[in-house]
Every structure is written in C-alpha cells, then in structure tokens.
Design a binder for this molecule. Sequence first.
Ligand code: DON
Length: 317
Amino acid sequence: PRGARRSAAGHNERVNYQELLLHAMKAARPVLDRGRPADYIPALACADPQRFGMALATVDGEVHGVGDWREPFSVQSISKLFALALALSHGGATLWQRVSREPSGNPFNSLIQLESEQGIPRNPFINAGALVVTDALLSLTGDARGAVVDFLRQESGNPAIDTDRAVAESEAGHGHRNAALAHFMASFGNLHNPVDDVLDHYFAHCSISADCRDLALAGGFLARHGLRADGSRLLSRGDAKRINAVLLTCGTYDAAGDFAYRVGLPGKSGVGGGVLAIVPGRGAVCAWSPGLDAAGNSVGALAALEDFTERSDWSVF
Ligand code: DON
C-alpha cells in the first residue's frame, strides 16, 4: 500500500513523508547562510541562499514536497547522471573505455589528472568525464541536449522543462576551464565530435531548469532498477546498479566520502544548489538550496538529506 512499510513487529504502518520532509527542512534552515551561491557562472551568482525546497517521489509515483519544491533552478551537474544513463541506454557500453569510474579526489573542474592519465577522465561526473559522456550521447542521438530535456519532460510529466538560454550563455562566456578540458581530451583523441559542438551541448544540458519535484520523479528509474515511469526499460538492472555505485563513490566529487558518511545514498549534486539522491527500491529525493560549500555542494541540501536519512529508513546501509 502507498506510503506503508512493515514495522519491526510486522505490522503495516503509514510513513508520514510530509513530516519527515518538514523536519529535514527545519534541520537545514539554520545552516543556509553558511553557503555561497556559485559565482563562476555569473547568471547563478544572484540566487538567494535562503531558498530551500525538497521533494520525494516513491517508486510508484507518490510525491511529497516542502518549501520551494516547485521553484525551478539550474540543474547543472545533476544533468550528468541523465546524460550517462541515456548514453548507456543507446548502446554506449564502449563509453567505459573512454572514462573510468574512480573517485578523483580533486575538484569537479580539475585538469590535473588528465595529462598523466592519457586524456581518460577519472569518472563520468567530473566535468571532464561529463564532456566525454556528452560527446558519446551526441554521436549516439545527434542531440545530447534534446535527449536530456526530453527524458526529464517525460519522466516528470512537466513539458515546461527546458534549457535556460541566459544561464547557458553565461556559462559559455566564462567556460574557459571546460573548453581547456575539452580541447585537451580532443588532443588525446577522446572526443569524436567538434569541441565547440560538445561544449554547446554540455552547457545546454547543465543549464536546464527544473524543480525538486521534476528531478525526484526523473531519478525514479534508478530506484526502479532501470525501469522508467511508464514501466518500460531504460537500462538493464546491472547498468542501473553500476550508475548508483558510481553516484555513491563519485557523485559529489572530492566530498563523496563525506556525503556517503553523512547521507549514505547514491547522489548527484549541481552548482545550482540541487542534490538528487537515490534510494534503490524505494524512490528518489531532491533537495535544493543555492548556498554551496567549498566542494560545490549545497550546504542546505546536504543538511536536509542527512536529517532525512537519519530519521527515515530510506537508506542503503
Ligand atoms: O561545467 C560546470 O562547471 C557546470 N556546468 C557544472 C558544475 C557542477 O554543477 C558541479 N557540481 N557541483
């Protein structure tokens, strides 16, 4: 039954998700002013760090939310998990020869390991890895941005989801590091499309606006072991397992160990302040607040997710 779980005594009891989310929001409020919005993308710098939203979607589509959960924000690196899933779903298994799956221990935009590691990025969630994934998705579909937008619209049922062109242009105008990463990998033969096309599609999928509800619903396929909202299969059970594993170890960059310790779930953050976390077999939770810590992860979203997993049985551990 909806919202029900079995207690230790074996009785079915209703879980009050709304109350759990309200408690998580209360836990996050006092720390919101400790974070700073990303300012290396000027269009994101003016976001209000006091905004907070959180939504939960169960595997069978029950949705709950609190705070600014219906307020669209820039999904940024959260788009990287959808790009990876779509590339694999289009038969991109050879992708794993072009990108590894080890935590980098370095910031998300670091260049340093690429030179000694022959242009093979450490994992698909740092910027270098996501550029390779975007290149593969572009080769497989002809439209990497469009593939991510269509998927988010279909899974969330929200046709308004789209790229925010002002954010994409702001990123492109200040995207010297991403351009450097892309050209450097191209010099090793690890990009197959023209560098400018890969960058355009990468900036455009990072600049998609969506809200906590949209993302919690769109993350459902990883909680359903590869099945989409309509019951069709996007990924094999094995690929869903592997993406969740790489999210746990690499989804929050050089803070992935701390995220696993505090939250204990596969999760992906973005510099727009969103964090999407997956609970295999149960559902997905998305929290958002624009203030970031030094690693580029939302201070408020992390505090809320930590409180949520401490107080509920939504955990993989
Ligand atoms: O390429 C960038 O820097 C941004 N489009 C995405 C970075 C990001 O979201 C890192 N996540 N915390």
